[in-house]
Design a protein. Structure first.
Length: 219
């Protein structure tokens, strides 16, 4: 794209491919594309600090009682809740400052623990095992997605479900103007192909009931 490729080339943070290709430089940040797992990611040198992340999150209006926010989360909640038997032990991983999904699942009769490294850094929540783990609008913030998905696998019991909602990336030509890319706290972007890669790595089954939602079951 006519820009100088920065060096050194960072390995893919999901599959560790040592030679991703440079996608573009925009807004003072560099982005890379992995040919193996299909992830697009922000150069680690451009990652926000924890303080910058916290300050940006407070700009979000994620009120657990907001009907519009609940309707947004129902994109994941509806297909997930249809699969769950009553009284499941659940973890809302990356619950954020307004854990609306946890509230929705509790209302449906499930025992929900919340964890967020900034807003609910409760290490006792990271013990498990859990019947179901939800990860909504969180995976795109992972600075180390390989380590995060390995942790989620450890926390999930055999037969358990991992439900992820994130905006799937589809078009490199529109990446520069994409609203999801413009959020300075978003560090990794997933394609449907990326979730197939993740599921294959852990031997999980994968279902994509609607765009931007991946339901994975640990076998």
């Amino acid at each position: 794209m006519g820009q100088t490729v920065p060096t050194p080339t960072p390995p893919c943070p999901l599959c560790h491919n040592p030679q991703p290709h440079h996608l573009l430089a925009v807004d003072g940040r560099d982005y890379w594309a992995c040919q193996i797992c299909a992830a697009r990611f922000l150069d680690p040198r451009d990652h926000p600090t924890p303080a910058q992340e916290r300050n940006h999150y407070y700009l979000h209006e994620n009120d657990p009682n907001d009907p519009a926010y609940r309707a947004f989360l129902s994109k994941l909640a509806k297909p997930l809740l249809e699969k769950l038997s009553p009284g499941q032990k659940a973890l809302d991983y990356g619950a954020g400052p307004g854990p609306a999904l946890a509230a929705m699942m509790r209302e449906a009769g499930h025992d929900v623990t919340i964890y967020d490294p900034i807003f609910a850094d409760n290490k006792s929540a990271l013990v498990g095992p859990y019947d179901v783990i939800t990860c909504t609008e969180t995976a795109e913030h992972f600075h180390n997605p390989a380590g995060e998905f390995a942790r989620l696998d450890r926390l999930l019991r055999p037969g358990g479900l991992l439900a992820v909602m994130t905006c799937f990336q589809t078009d490199d030509d529109k990446f520069s103007s994409w609203h999801y890319r413009k959020d300075p706290t978003h560090a990794v972007f997933y394609r449907e192909q990326t979730f197939h890669y993740i599921a294959d790595q852990y031997g999980w089954t994968l279902e994509i009931p609607v765009k931007d939602v991946a339901l994975m079951q640990k076998t």
